[in-house]
Design a protein around this ligand. Structure first.
Ligand SMILES: [Zn+2]
Length: 339
C-alpha cells in the first residue's frame, strides 16, 4: 500500500465517523501489549554499586534506602544475586581509605576499584564490569581534578584520569566510564588504552553531565562532596540543550563508544535530541536524587512506588536511552519477571 492510499483511507474513515476511535486498541491488556511501543527488559539496566575496604561490611546509605556501601566480599554476593536476577552489567564507584590532594588512590593498581574489579572478574567473569573514572572520591578537597590556586585545572587532571582508566583496564574492567566532564579526557583515555593494547575496551562517556541538585544522596554514598565551591566550571548548566549536543559530538569525535546523559528524568528532552542527532548507543543515568524522591514518597504512602518506578524507567527508554543506570535495577527486573 503506498502512502497516498494510506492517507486517503485515513481521511475517509474520519469523515465517515467524524472522529477516530483511538481507544479501540486500549480495551484489553492483550490489545495494549500488542500495540505497546516501549518495553523494558533486564538487558536495559546497569546497576551502580559502591565499594569500600573491609570485610563483611554492608552499610546502608541514609538518604538512599536499599543502597549500600559494600566491602568486596559483600560486593561479590550482591553481584551474584544481581546476575541470578537477570542483570548483566554493574558500574562501580570506589571509596578509598585515604584521600589526598591529587587523588592518588584512584590510579593505584592496588586501589579499591582495581582490587574489586580483579575479584569480581575472577568470581563472576560473565558480568560486565564498568568502572567510573573520576577523582572526586579520592581527593581530599572532593573535586574531580587537580586544584591550582582557585582553579580546577583541565589538562593536568586528564592525565591523571587517563592513568586511572589504564589501571582499571589492567585490572580487567570491561568498559571505562569517565564522569569528570573535563575537555579532552575521552581522547586522553582512548590514547592510553590503545597504546597499551586495550584496543577493544569501549568508553562509555558521561557526555552531557549537568551540574545538578539531584546528585545530593550520591555524595553521601560516595563520600565525594566538594569541601569548597561546586562543579559548575566543568559540569553543564541545566538551562542548556544545544551545548549538550556539542559535548556529545566532541566525545564521539574523541572516541566514545557509548554516550551518556545525566541525570535522566529532568533531561528527557536531551536524551531524545542526542539519540535523534547521533544515533549512538545512548545511556541515561537515573541518579540518586531521582531514586530517593520515589523511595521517600513511596515510604510515606504518597505514591504507588513500584508503579512510579516502572513509569519513570519506561519514560527514560521511550526518550531514547538504550541503557539505564539505575539503583532500581534489581527491583525493576524482579517486577518484570513477575509480570
Ligand atoms: Zn567527579
Amino acid at each position: 500500500m503506498n502512502e497516498s492510499k494510506l492517507t486517503t483511507g485515513y481521511s475517509q474513515e474520519i469523515s465517515r465517523e467524524a472522529f477516530r476511535r483511538l481507544r479501540r486498541t486500549r480495551m484489553t491488556e492483550k490489545l495494549r501489549s500488542l500495540v505497546r511501543e516501549t518495553e523494558l527488559s533486564s538487558n536495559d539496566f546497569i546497576l551502580p554499586l559502591f565499594v569500600i575496604r573491609g570485610n563483611k561490611l554492608r552499610k546502608e546509605v541514609g538518604s538512599m534506602p536499599g543502597v549500600f556501601q559494600l566491602s568486596i566480599d559483600e560486593l561479590i554476593r550482591e553481584c551474584t544475586e544481581a546476575v541470578e536476577t537477570g542483570i548483566s552489567a554493574v558500574i562501580l564507584f570506589g571509596i578509598p581509605e585515604f584521600k589526598d590532594e591529587v587523588g592518588s588512590g584512584a590510579y593505584n593498581e592496588n586501589g579499591i576499584i582495581q582490587t574489586a574489579v580483579r575479584a569480581l572478574k575472577k568470581e563472576i567473569p560473565e558480568l560486565i564490569v564498568i568502572t567510573d573514572v573520576c577523582l572526586c572520591e579520592y581527593t581530599s578537597h572532593g573535586h574531580c581534578g587537580v586544584i591550582q590556586g582557585n582553579e580546577i585545572v583541565n589538562d593536568a587532571s586528564i592525565e591523571l584520569l587517563a592513568k586511572e582508566a589504564l589501571t582499571h583496564a589492567q585490572a580487567g574492567a570491561d568498559i571505562i566510564a569517565p564522569s569528570d566532564m573535563f575537555d579532552g579526557r575521552v581522547k586522553a583515555i582512548r590514547n592510553i588504552l590503545d597504546a597499551n593494547k586495550y584496543l577493544n575496551i569501549p568508553i562509555m562517556s558521561y557526555s552531557a553531565k549537568y551540574a545538578s541538585g539531584f546528585y545530593g544522596p550520591f555524595r553521601d554514598a560516595a563520600e565525594s562532596t566538594p569541601k569548597f565551591g561546586d562543579r559548575r566550571s566543568h559540569q553543564m548548566d541545566p538551562a542548556n540543550s544545544n551545548e549538550a549536543l556539542r559535548e556529545v559530538e566532541q566525545d564521539i569525535i574523541e572516541g566514545a563508544d557509548i554516550v551518556m546523559i545525566k541525570p535522566a528524568l529532568p533531561y528527557l528532552d536531551i536524551i531524545r535530541r542526542v539519540k535523534d542527532r547521533f544515533q549512538m548507543p545512548t545511556a541515561a543515568y537515573n541518579v540518586s536524587g531521582e531514586y530517593s524522591m520515589i523511595k521517600a514518597a513511596g515510604r510515606n504512602g504518597w505514591i504507588d512506588e513500584p508503579r512510579v518506578m516502572m513509569e519513570v524507567l519506561t519514560s527514560i527508554k521511550r526518550a531514547g536511552a538504550d541503557m539505564i543506570l539505575t539503583y532500581f535495577a534489581k527491583e525493576a527486573v524482579k517486577l518484570l519477571k513477575n509480570k
